[in-house]
Write a protein that binds this ligand. Structure first.
Ligand SMILES: [Zn+2]
Length: 121
């Protein structure tokens, strides 16, 4: 029995080994017809030769949602780092060394480490 999760994206294939994904389209120049290729047969990944597989709309939407969440988290880490750097730099201008300055420096280092953990810097 077919369910909503079984609906495949026409012409779209994905490699589970290297995450390659591609839309296989057809273009007939003579009549201008454009469409998706029939991808029900065996197709191999151009990167590593692994079998490509069809992808459902739900899976693709979930992949995009996950990618969006990751980018949002990365943006938050960059924002935290920028704010920490800004506050540390402003503090340096006139207030000298103090426990408060140490706390700001610690915060900046923590923000930098969070970016390094994600291999963003
Ligand atoms: Zn691959």
């Amino acid at each position: 029995m077919s369910t909503e999760t079984d609906i495949y994206i026409p012409g779209y294939l994905k490699c589970d080994k290297c995450a390659f994904g591609g839309m296989f389209s057809v273009l007939h120049a003579a009549d201008g017809e454009v469409g998706s290729q029939d991808v029900t047969g065996r197709h191999v990944c151009p990167n590593d030769g692994s079998d490509l597989r069809r992808v459902t709309w739900r899976e693709r939407a979930n992949d995009w949602a996950k990618a969006y969440e990751n980018k949002t988290e990365e943006a938050t880490l960059w924002k935290d780092y920028a704010i920490a750097l800004h506050e540390e730099a402003n503090f340096k201008l006139g207030d000298g060394f103090s426990a408060e300055f140490q706390a700001l420096t610690h915060r900046t280092n923590a923000a930098r480490c969070a970016l390094q953990k994600r291999k963003l810097i």
